[in-house]
Ligand binder design. Structure first.
Ligand SMILES: Cc1cc2nc3c(=O)[nH]c(=O)nc-3n(C[C@H](O)[C@H](O)[C@H](O)COP(=O)(O)OP(=O)(O)OC[C@H]3O[C@@H](n4cnc5c(N)ncnc54)[C@H](O)[C@@H]3O)c2cc1C
Length: 381
């Protein structure tokens, strides 16, 4: 009888995982893929929506398009995970898995930053990106824009820089740049702390665009009455528009399970096995020593696919995860740069920056289309 693999979360990690297993051993598995949403969106598409570059209808990829041997998609909300017994409860059914993979991503704790909900805009959720888009449209007279990273780790290390540069570009196009200031405040000591060279290149681009960059500082709270951001180093920053990357946390259902330690799921970074037999976790929901990014979640998923294929075919163990990924960075003016990282293969992590170009912008579009095609099939554009 086919083994029952239950995959929780059809994001970057879950989609790549089921694709990899289904391609290799469709007859040996029955995969149940569960997600509460009816469609997938790339994280970077939220920036496209926020800056009015794409319509909401253009960035959602419906799960009903998934047609893969051995894979069954269920749109349900996971309400309990029992890793000891590999049992999952949703709002609709209960599932018993031979192999369970948790790929539920990261959620946001907006309330962790007082004043953010009242007077700022988080743009990391889809609805938040839509609200931020409307606030940008209504920003008619120019003024002080602050982009603030509000927690110690967050999805996509390049995203705050992209956001500040896209704000710059957006305001310039509307003739509002001269009457505006753009600040970027981040607790990270540098744009990409593992590489001084890459960080210097990105800092230089921020400077060229007149963006005030305050690294190593974190906004602790907003004062909605006076529109002032209070930083943990005692500084204050007035704003007319505050765009925040909210504090991240594991989804509630994960926190309530026995999988979590210190807020996230610890895993073996070579295989993504948790401490529970035949239970794995990938992507943003783990505390693996790598950044939280789609390209990283995809690499982790490809590794777990190989681990499970080897296990189910009694083949030899695959190579461990190498921690490498390429990440495109939007730098405004339709130019895209690229950062290639490798976190686990060498003595120290590396990050190489490729300068922005229109060619990389095209490469990013091709990268996105290739994934949509791979995960959703040839009939979905
Ligand atoms: C603005 C922004 C820009 C970004 N830019 C980039 C970029 O350029 N490059 C890059 O590599 N990464 C980027 N990222 C990061 C990237 O999107 C994430 O790191 C990636 O999606 C993580 O993959 P994942 O599979 O772990 O989680 P996700 O892709 O978040 O998938 C998790 C899934 O779990 C589902 N889920 C959660 N809870 C439940 C539940 N209780 N029941 C059922 N389903 C549930 C969710 O609906 C979701 O589909 C960006 C993110 C943002 C927000």
């Amino acid at each position: 009888m086919a083994d029952h693999v239950v995959v929780l979360g059809a994001g970057f990690g879950g989609l790549e995982l089921v694709t990899g297993i289904s391609e290799a051993i469709p007859d040996k598995v029955h995969i149940t893929l569960i997600d509460k949403s009816d469609a997938f969106m790339f994280g970077f598409s939220k920036l496209d929506v926020m800056f009015g570059r794409r319509q909401a209808s253009e960035v959602w990829n419906p799960y009903r398009g998934i047609d893969k041997p051995g894979v069954e998609f269920r749109q349900e909300t996971v309400t309990a995970i029992d890793p000891e017994n590999r049992r999952v409860v949703t709002d609709v059914a209960t599932y018993d898995a031979d192999i369970l993979v948790v790929a539920l991503g990261a959620d946001y704790d907006v309330a962790a930053t007082p004043g953010l909900a009242e007077d700022g805009f988080e743009f990391y959720s889809f609805s938040g990106a839509e609200r931020a888009r409307d606030a940008l449209v209504a920003f008619n007279n120019g003024g002080a824009v602050v982009v603030g990273v509000l927690g110690p780790f967050f999805k996509c290390p390049g995203a705050p820089i992209e956001t500040a540069l896209l704000v710059d570009n957006y305001l310039a196009k509307r003739g509002l740049r001269e009457s505006s200031t753009v600040h970027l405040v981040s607790p990270m000591p540098a744009p990409i702390p593992i590489s001084q060279k890459t960080s210097s290149a990105l800092t230089a681009i921020l400077e060229e665009h007149g963006i005030e960059y305050w690294p190593g500082s974190k906004v602790n709270r907003l004062d909605p009455e006076h529109h002032v951001a209070h930083l943990d180093d005692g500084r204050e920053l007035s704003y007319d528009l505050f765009l925040g990357i909210p504090v991240h946390c594991a989804p509630e259902v994960v926190v309530a399970s026995e999988l979590v330690e210190d807020g996230w799921i610890p895993v073996d970074p070579a295989t993504f096995a948790t401490k529970f037999p035949n239970v794995y976790a990938i992507g943003d929901v783990t505390s693996a020593p790598v950044p939280r990014a789609g390209g990283i979640a995809e690499g982790e998923a490809a590794t777990v696919a190989k681990v499970l294929i080897a296990k189910l075919t009694e083949d030899s163990d695959p190579l461990p995860y190498d921690g490498s990924a390429g990440c495109y960075v939007e730098l405004g003016g339709d130019l895209v740069g690229r950062i290639d990282v490798n976190f686990l293969s060498y003595d120290t992590p590396v990050a190489k920056f490729t300068a922005p170009s229109a060619a990389l912008s095209e490469e990013k579009q091709a990268w996105e289309s290739a994934r949509v095609h791979r995960w959703f099939g040839p009939n979905v554009s």
